[in-house]
Design a binder for this molecule. Structure first.
Ligand code: ASP
Length: 335
């Protein structure tokens, strides 16, 4: 039996090999992912197109400097996780953006900050919400991920944990800037009509997604939330799977916009699910969510596929954004 089957088997095998060989020869080689890739955002919203030139320059310079910083780190082999944290820390210190210093005021005239970070290699994630005295909420989020045994800490408990971890705290007024106070006063004056119309406040959250040389993805997001938000309100940013998500098998995502909508639709995790289970590219999945699931004006997101593809999608007038990769892409834009 064996001896009679052998020639047939070897014929079948060689035919199979020939087929495989033919198939391989006929198919275009898979494009190699870039060695690293990076995207950052400084919030989606309605930046006026007639923004004064110096203001526009300031935003673009800040994004360019952050992008260049990230590029250097990734080129030198830094991990995606370290890079997204470092870039968000940097943007948290920049008063131009609604995160850390420069965070918007809530309705009580105070600042409450949210942040999250996620490691696509391990699905480790950490987040903090409604912290009022932590200079770098994203760093505290990372400590939550690495040292707390939990995923999300809020308010006073998060602040006590910051002290235990030696994470810097500052007085709440440290986050205040004249521009945000002006926005608060304006919003206070408009409160009645705006509330009736259900309008949201200006955006300006910051976020970063990165793919490192080892093929790992990570995402981080940090925000002051929405101007005039209710005391105790938590947005999408620290809700893993809503505003922040990373999984090496699919994508890294950082969102910006009306947090309630991003939570409702579980946008960041849904994007990953569409890539994992519906065979979509990150770009197709992002477009579906931003232009079909969400409503015009809700916001936008940055996403990075495991193949290094970068997606910058928004349904608002603009989104402060920047992207770079190892193939030489390096761009910054607002509208
Ligand atoms: N998504 C943030 C929040 O709802 C705000 C923003 O992105 O501007 O808290």
């Amino acid at each position: 039996m064996r001896t009679r089957l052998a020639p047939a088997l070897s014929l079948a095998l060689s035919a199979g090999c020939a087929l495989v060989l033919f198939a391989t020869q006929g198919r275009a080689p898979e494009p190699q992912p870039p060695a690293w890739a990076l995207a950052i955002h400084g919030g989606a919203g309605t930046p006026p197109r007639d923004m004064p030139e110096d203001q526009k320059r300031a935003y673009l310079d800040a994004l360019t400097a952050a992008l260049a910083d990230g590029r250097t780190r990734l080129e030198h082999g830094a991990s995606a996780l370290d890079v997204v944290e470092a870039l968000v820390v940097r943007l948290e210190d920049d008063p131009l953006f609604n995160a850390g210093r420069g965070a918007v005021f809530n309705a009580e005239g105070r600042h409450e900050l949210d942040a999250a970070i996620m490691d696509g290699a391990t699905l480790g994630c950490g987040a903090v919400a409604a912290v009022t005295t932590v200079r770098h909420p994203v760093t505290l989020a990372r400590r939550v991920m690495e040292k707390s045994g939990h995923v999300l800490l809020v308010g006073e408990g998060a602040e006590r944990f910051a002290d235990e971890m030696g994470v810097e705290r500052v007085p709440n007024e440290w986050f205040s800037t004249p521009q945000r106070r002006e926005e608060l006063e304006k919003r206070r004056a408009e409160e009645e009509s705006k509330r009736a119309a259900g309008a949201a406040a200006e955006h300006g959250t910051v976020g970063a997604v990165a793919l490192d040389r080892a093929g790992h993805l990570a995402a981080a997001t940090s925000t002051g939330g929405l101007t005039f938000k209710r005391w105790g309100r938590v947005g999408d940013v620290p809700i893993v799977g809503a505003g922040t998500y990373a999984d090496d098998r699919t994508v890294a995502v950082s969102a910006t916009g009306k947090g309630e909508e991003f939570i409702r639709h579980g946008v960041a995790r849904e994007l990953a699910a569409l890539v994992a289970h519906a065979g979509m590219t990150p770009e197709q999945a992002a477009k579906k969510l931003v232009f079909e699931t969400l409503k015009p004006g809700d916001g936008g997101l940055i996403a990075l596929g495991r193949d290094g593809s970068i997606v910058l999608a928004f349904n608002t007038a603009g989104m402060f954004r920047a992207a770079a990769d190892a193939r030489g892409r390096f761009e910054t834009a607002i509208w």
